[in-house]
Write a protein that binds this ligand. Structure first.
Ligand code: FAD
Ligand code: NAI
Length: 462
């Protein structure tokens, strides 16, 4: 039996970042992981593999649509799907091995196997029991199931199966116009699949700013994705090679059927707590099956903490990472903090979509006086040169104080551009602070400055 200051269960972005910070703070640390590789959902079957496929398929799209106009002539590349999957696997391996290296460097023990907590202060991995002054549960999430839809990960797949299909399907039906459905739907549309997205609501990406939802959907339609909105999926019927998706339109309750070679079920994810023994410990859960924690990520059982997808909040890798660092600091007797008001969200399609802070709809609901500064990428020289003029930057600021309250970007490198606004918000900056900051020319970032200028006397290039 080994004894630790901290044992973390789960090595996703929450768990592994927490382990590294604990070790850096001088705590004797171990991390339990049941998968064969470290890195959790994000590195193995989430963020990293999906971004590899998005990158490869985007390169193809550029070659097919923009190369000739730039004077780059020649045959468009063809898709070697096996090689694309192998590129994705190599990317995963480089990243998961990277975490293994960091664990060794920081003297963190990887306890291999599935862990459970028989009592506070003890973690069982296989037949071995270990002692820990502090236990952190970072067991992540898994795809939510949909009644009437049986996933076989071959024909009817979750994101995990969609990242390793045997071939590029001719017809792909995606259930759910959320982040997973649109990112992976984009990948397959670029690779030549006919993609139809069936969405329960009347808008895509629920919770996002309304203007972004509309513009984003229009751009995706232009790229060939089809949408059936306001449609509640009833069930799927699958053979070994094909499937039917049966849905009802909410407006008139009429039933329809759509054929597919592959069906991607992307209707959300749920916390994963199986086998941890939480019931026996009397750990309090929320109504949505998340582990309930206080402001210092402590559960109701002393010495047991939880972070990441398994607790409430956006299911995002960087949110899990921030909580991982913060809880390590709390345990080491320092002050751990996460500003939940400034957590960016990014969709890695092309163009990218990024947001931080409140939406215009939320401001209207609360009755707060606000102003909007908007700038189209059509007015940005760099974007025009790079065939990336679609989209805009929208900054929302308080009407009287000019303090930035939120920002929404559809456009090139949106996922990178959003961070200067995050930093500005962390410092309580006004839109004018951004507008008065010199931005290099020609960069996409100038569109952010122009949107900030639009909150005041007006943008220059519009
Ligand atoms: P996880 O990453 O889920 O890790 C939990 C780990 O705990 C797993 O490895 C699991 O095996 C292990 N575990 C669970 N129980 C036990 C046990 N009892 N014993 C031992 N080990 C256990 N987020 C982003 O921010 N950006 C993106 O681009 C992005 N893309 C995504 C794409 C896809 C297709 C998916 C599915 C998700 C994506 N996400 C993205 C979400 C992101 O992956 C999660 O928010 C993030 O991984 C959560 O981190 P976590 O540490 O809480 O849990
Ligand atoms: P999601 O919550 O983003 O979207 C699910 C969609 O499915 C919603 O639009 C919902 O209205 C719809 N839906 C639900 N039931 C339905 C039904 N019966 N019929 C039709 N539509 C239905 O969930 P998603 O895309 O599965 O992603 C899960 C999580 O993974 C997200 O919370 C996200 O944060 C994370 N993720 C993040 C990424 C990123 O940051 N780039 C990428 C991929 C995932």
């Amino acid at each position: 039996m080994a004894s630790y200051d901290v044992i973390i269960i789960g090595s996703g972005p929450g768990g592994y970042v927490c382990a590294i910070r604990c070790a850096q703070l001088g705590l004797k640390t171990a991390c339990v992981e049941g998968r064969d590789t470290l890195g959790g959902t994000c590195l193995n079957v989430g963020c990293i593999p999906s971004k590899a496929l998005l990158h490869a398929s985007h390169m193809l799209h550029e070659a097919e649509h923009n190369f000739a106009a730039m004077g780059l002539k020649g045959k468009s590349p063809s898709v070697d799907w096996k090689q694309m999957l192998s590129y994705k696997e190599t990317t995963i391996e480089q990243n998961t091995k990277g975490i293994e290296f960091l664990f060794k460097k920081n003297k963190i023990d990887w306890l291999k196997g599935w862990g459970s907590v028989p009592e506070a202060g003890k973690v069982k991995v296989g037949d071995e029991a270990h002692e820990a002054k502090n236990i952190i549960i970072a067991s992540g999430s898994e795809p939510a199931s949909l009644p009437g839809v049986d996933v076989d990960e071959k024909v009817v797949v979750t994101s995990t199966g969609a990242l390793e299909l045997g071939r590029v399907p001719k017809k792909l039906v995606v259930i759910g116009a959320g982040v997973i459905g649109l990112e992976l739907g984009s990948v397959y549309a670029r690779l030549g699949s006919e993609v139809t997205v069936v969405e329960f609501l009347d808008v895509i990406t629920p919770g996002m700013d309304g203007e972004v939802q509309k513009t984003f959907q229009k751009l995706l339609k232009k790229q060939g994705l089809e949408f059936i909105m306001g449609a509640a999926v009833q069930k799927t019927e699958a053979t070994k090679t094909k499937a039917k998706v049966i849905y009802k339109l909410r407006k008139d309750d009429s039933e329809h059927v759509i054929d597919a070679d592959t069906v991607l079920v992307a209707t959300g994810r749920k916390p994963f707590t199986e086998g941890l023994g939480l019931d026996g410990l009397g750990i309090e859960m929320t109504k949505r099956g998340q582990i309930a924690v206080n402001k210092e990520w402590q559960t109701n059982v002393s010495g047991i903490y939880a972070i990441g997808d398994v607790i409430e909040g956006p299911m995002l890798a960087h949110k899990a990472e921030d909580e991982g660092m913060a809880v390590a600091e709390v345990i080491a007797g320092k002050h751990g903090h996460v500003n939940y008001g400034v957590i960016p969200g990014v969709i890695y399609t092309h163009p990218e979509v990024a947001n931080v802070g409140v939406t215009e709809e939320e401001l209207k609901e609360t009755g707060r006086d606000y102003k909007v500064g908007k700038f189209s990428f059509m007015g940005n020289g760099r974007a025009k040169a790079n065939f990336a003029g679609d989209g805009f930057v929208k900054i929302l600021a308080d009407k009287s104080t000019d303090r930035i309250l939120g920002a929404h970007i559809v456009g090139p490198a949106a996922g990178d551009l959003i961070h200067e606004i995050c930093v500005a918000m962390e410092f309580g900056a006004s839109a004018q602070d951004l507008a008065l900051t010199c931005h290099a020319h020609p960069t996409y970032s100038e569109a952010v400055r122009e949107a900030a200028l639009a909150c005041g006397d007006g943008p220059i290039h519009m």
